[in-house]
Design a protein. Sequence first.
Length: 125
Amino acid sequence: LAGREVTVSFTPHLAPLTRGILTTITASLQSWRSAADLVPVYRSFYREAPFVRVLPEGQLPETKQVLHSNLCDVGLVSDPRTGRVIVVTAIDNLVKGASGQAVQCFNLMAGLDERAGLWIPGLFP
């Protein structure tokens, strides 16, 4: 995405949730001025990814917005004090986790629509 090696800091968050994972990824903005500059870049990169939703600049994802889905919501904000961009992602780990990844990869390997079987919500727990 950056066209060169990038150093990032990745922080998964553990919370008392039945399902869902939030992550925080930070990186130096370098030539980018703000997260607003990066949102179109992320949208372009993920334009063919049916399960990735890049949110408007400044809007952060919540696990409840991806509950029972194979979606990954991505939000970006920038911190002008530190010159860093903060990327926050949310997934439902009981669908987008290993089993959902396996189904998605199988679909691609078998020449099927990668979304096959993944729009059905996981209902338990």
